[in-house]
Design a protein around this ligand. Structure first.
Ligand code: GLN
Length: 494
């Protein structure tokens, strides 16, 4: 077994017992990137020299006998909407194509302090708006299980990097599904933490009342380790939660089989692939056998979630993206007066989906329409939150499909925004309610791509998610491959 195929837990053990060095570990991932990246294109920016430099620094510290964190020396990839000082951070947008942040996001600061080598910045939908990574202004990332299919989005690059073994861990962001949906399409674990659990200082804003940073990993323990490292209060993010994070790894190990799990009853299953439902039922059966109580749960107002989200998120985006005016940073389109410059900058700098969101949001917030759209959507959000509160009085956890279908073909939904929006129908309401939610692999579709189970817990109960996900992990079908055998097309990469 090569180093890149090992779990983070194992890599950490091997490094602390000095059986392998961080340079060896990092090199193994860099070699894998050389091998696979031309076919899937998960990275916007590669940083091999930086990664090796951090790795050798960690190795030196270790040989000097310094006490290091368990994740020291473990490399990772970061979505390109998380600011890295001195390193291009594009949000996959032309408007930020050459933007070099003057500061690190808090999560990046922690990662650097810990000594985790950065392998590169990953591809995404422009400004995290999308569900397929096709909205990247640069190129489309491919699903490694089937190169003709999308990896999901918007954190598609991060999901692909981990599922192919190009990185053992990655960070994404989830505003309304952007971690969980690609995790499901690529067959790995992806967590959207509770709103406020991880600082968002330095995450380029899309919709601030929804945006969260979260981890991708190949198993629940690795995911728990990264969350544990990053969770905590940050005085620079006023929405961050003041309490210290618990020890997620030991929470995960405690047997917790008295939990009551609600299996989500969808009011409408229009557009749901029947194999998705079978996979969820199979997972419920497995958990029942493990001693959990399973019953049906209803969140009666989930049908209104998508409508509310696609008013609230664009409204916030229209305001957040006002800063890209060509004056302070980013692309400048020129022009002979101020107005002209704004319109040339924004006209050429933003892609079509971002413009669509800005227009929807500006409309929903405008005088005369505010009450009918934005305010109404906020009321719906409150009702959805109440549905979750009610449900969590009876259940400790909710499970359901992570996506209505498996990965779709590249181009299939690219010209139909509404169809694209519908692909996050399972992920939206958790985001509106602010609760933590994890996507876990739930077997394969007959088309050869993975399916996902979504597990949702009450606020700040991430430990419970890992705990239950670990039963799923331990019972995974040994016949199924954990990773895609990226089939290289004849004639090589395009
Ligand atoms: N796909 C959703 C959207 O386009 C969610 C994106 C996200 O979570 N960043 O808005």
């Amino acid at each position: 077994m090569k180093l890149y195929q090992k779990t983070v837990f194992e890599l950490s053990r091997l490094m602390s017992s000095r059986e392998v060095s961080s340079v060896e570990v990092t090199q193994s991932f860099l070699d894998r990137i050389e091998e696979v990246e031309p076919f899937v294109r998960a990275f916007i920016t590669h940083t091999p020299a930086m990664a090796l430099e951090t790795a050798s620094l960690v190795d030196r510290k270790r040989s000097n006998g310094e006490k290091l964190q368990p994740l020291a020396g473990v490399p990772l990839a970061i979505k390109d909407n998380i600011s890295t000082e001195g390193l291009r951070t594009t949000c996959a947008s032309k408007i930020l194509e050459n933007y070099i942040p003057p500061y690190d996001a808090t999560v990046v600061e922690i990662i650097k302090k810990t000594g985790m080598p950065l392998l590169g910045k990953t591809n995404m939908d422009e400004f995290a708006m999308g569900s397929s990574t096709e909205n990247s202004a640069f190129f489309t990332t491919r699903n490694p299980w089937d190169l003709e299919k999308v990896p999901g989005g918007s954190s598609g690059g991060s999901a692909v990097a981990v599922s192919t073994g190009m990185a053992p861990l990655a960070l994404g962001s989830d505003t309304g599904g952007s971690i969980r949906q690609p995790a499901s399409f690529c067959g790995l674990y992806g967590l959207r933490p509770t709103y406020g659990r991880i600082s968002r200082y330095g995450l380029i804003a899309f919709a601030s009342s929804l945006d969260q940073i979260g981890p991708f990993a190949m198993n629940p323990a690795d995911c728990a380790m990264l969350l544990g490292l990053l969770a905590g209060h940050d005085p620079r993010d006023s929405t961050s939660y003041p309490e210290k994070a618990p020890d997620y790894l030991s929470a995960m190990e405690n047997r917790n089989d008295k939990l009551k799990i609600g299996i989500l009853k969808h009011n409408s299953e229009n557009g749901f692939d029947p194999e998705v439902k079978d996979a969820v039922n199979r997972m419920a059966g497995l958990l029942e056998k493990e001693g959990f109580t399973i019953d049906q749960v209803e969140l009666p107002r989930t049908d209104y979630g998508l409508g509310a989200y696609y008013l609230i998120a664009p409204s916030e985006a229209s305001s957040n993206l006002g800063r890209y005016d060509g004056v302070r940073y980013g692309y400048n389109g020129g022009g002979d007066n101020l107005e002209n410059m704004f319109s040339r900058t924004r006209g050429a700098g933003f892609g079509p989906e971002v413009k669509r969101r800005i227009m929807i949001g500006t409309y929903a917030l405008s005088a005369g329409y505010y009450d009918a759209y934005y305010l109404k959507a906020m009321k719906v959000r409150t009702l959805i939150r109440q549905d979750y509160k009610e449900a969590f009085k009876k259940f400790d956890l909710i499970i359901g499909p992570a996506t209505p279908t498996p990965a779709f073909r590249i181009g299939e939904k690219a010209d139909d925004p509404l169809e694209m929006y519908l692909s996050d129908v399972c992920n939206i309401t958790d985001a509106l309610a602010g609760v933590p939610s994890l996507s876990a692999p739930a077997g394969m579709h007959s088309n050869g791509t993975p399916l996902g189970l979504q597990l949702t817990a009450p606020p700040f109960c991430e430990g419970r998610l890992f705990n239950v996900a670990n039963y799923i992990y331990r019972n995974r079908d040994p016949q199924l491959p954990e990773r895609p055998a990226v089939r290289f097309p004849e004639g090589g990469a395009e």
